[in-house]
Design a protein around this ligand. Sequence first.
Ligand SMILES: CC(C)=CCC/C(C)=C/CC/C(C)=C/CC/C(C)=C/[C@@H]1[C@@H](COP(=O)(O)OP(=O)(O)O)[C@]1(C)CC/C=C(\C)CC/C=C(\C)CCC=C(C)C
Length: 624
Amino acid sequence: MDSYGDFRHIRYTIPLAVILTGLVYPFKTGIDNFKTIYLLIIAVVATIPWDSHLLKNEVWSYPNHAVIGHTLWRIPIEELFFFVVQTYITSLVCILVGKSIIPSAYLPTLPITPPSPSIEEAKPKKAKHKIQNDYKRLRRIGLFGAISILSCVIIGARLVQIGGHGTYMGLIFVWAGPIILFLWVLSHQYILSIPRRNVLIPILVPTFYLWFVDTLALKNGTWVINPEKSLEIKLWRYLDIEEALFFLVTNTLITFGQLAFDHALAVINGFPDMFDFPIPSWPSIMLMFNGLSIPVKKYSSKRILDLRDAIIKLQRKSRSFSLASSVFEGRLRIDLVFLYAFCRNADDLIDEAQTPEEARKALSKLSQAVLTAFGRNNEDILKPPLSMLYDLPEEMAASLESLPVKSLPLGPIQGLLEGFEMDLTFPAIDKKSEKSPASLSDDKFPIKTEKELEKYGYCVAGTVAELLLNLVFHHTPARFTSQDREDIIQAGVKMGIALQYINISRDIAKDALMGRCYLPSTWLAEYNLTPSMVIEKPDRPETRTLRKRLLCIAMDIYSKNRGMIERLPKDCGARKGVRAAVENYLEIGRVLLEQDGSNVVIGKNQATVSKMRRLGAFVRALCC
Ligand SMILES: CC(C)=CCC/C(C)=C/CC/C(C)=C/CC/C(C)=C/[C@@H]1[C@@H](COP(=O)(O)OP(=O)(O)O)[C@]1(C)CC/C=C(\C)CC/C=C(\C)CCC=C(C)C
């Protein structure tokens, strides 16, 4: 079998486990430790009687020279260590691959039951049918899978009963089959809904690796499989089919175990209305089973679909925050994604309006809708959708309805909308007119002084920091004094302003196309420039100098407030996540400063950070 008496562990399994530990370390959360430790215990407890039985029945044996000699119920300690190290390796691969998804978004959905005909009209019929068909498909595959696993167990039992060559194969089916069946019944819908790579990579990659290591061990005679109890079919030279199957089956067990945990957490974290208490970082097994026992018909399809939309928005619109989101955990991660979607949709609603008039109307409707959303309580089941009440785009209304209003203050949301309103006070450029932008009236530009720029920065970004930190405080158990909170929020607000200055520095040319110049008029006047001149020609040596000035202020604010991030709680990935979000964005500023040194043209080279550099900044942020 798979005892690693000689140097197999030292050469192959331990180094891989160490490498994976290093790779997962930056992202690892409390829940990951919890899942892995549970699985390690289950793996050891479930495998000992089985392996001991195999040894007793001489299905396999090991030469004395190949093991240290210590045994537990006949099992060599190298073999026991193998159960641990394999479970650990496969769990880490599963955790690493799983970081890219938010499990709650992959819960199955039933078609939304329309509470009123008007919503029915609003939902595309095609999408509804797809959901219904998908759900039926999941059930069909689930049933087919269960029958297949059950058949393997029955065949296995028969092989064991007959004895002889089929014994080893039969024992694998009889032992692993029922556990796989149990996990499949619990979580097949989730397993089938998540991206294929999240299931196949943790099963197949460790399996292929262990096949390779096992081939070497069998070749060297580290252990010997009894030819009378095996089929004597080789997958390739030295590797018996039973050995190959053993690794495939055990990695499937470990992966399904990890995914069943994820499934339970997806339900518990995804539906705070059903589990309306803080989720401990080491949830009890009882709570996990409670999560798994909720029938799909009780899931809120709307919440799952809204979460999917919010994730798509985040992935499409912001690489920085999308990457940072993978570090946050559970409900905090979900709420941050909803917050992002709301902020992004609100910003787009204004920016994409055809005329300033239209933008003003949209903003006013949104402000009223925000008040209504914050005034509502959960018991109000018959609440009409905000999209209908305020004639807002479906996506905008959905992201507002998904905001965790109970854990957010209203003030910063209103501040954010005030910031968008400031954007509307820029003089409108008539895109059809022949007139040059230089004819725009310069006193109509709202950002005249550095103070006004700071106010704008507070409104559109300081408020975002305030909202984000309120979610952190809400979802983490750490108790702060009100003074601590105030200090952290103040630092966060300043950090938000710094990020906005970087955003402005990056987008000078893009903003000019929309008739906006955020560089203060007083700064421009020092170089005999006006905002309309910047709009007409954003790329000038003076603009580059001013951009550098703005970036230096941003970097200075950053250095003064960065330390406060270390006072954030570690729970839910909050500290690391905030650090990653800030550092990722800061990297844009660093690239811009480097480009200023080489006088890169503003606008031609939309300064973005290369993938590798972004990843480097991200990993550094997580490791420090
Ligand atoms: C991880 C995660 C999902 C975080 C979500 C963060 C979030 C809610 C961001 C909202 C962004 C947004 C669309 C705001 C609307 C106004 C706006 C455009 C603000 C600018 C953001 C840049 O967004 P954009 O989509 O343009 O980004 P890309 O460059 O296209 O990638 C801003 C620059 C503001 C961002 C400000 C923050 C996220 C707050 C930062 C402060 C902290 C993280 C707190 C630091 C804490 C301490 C204690 C110092």
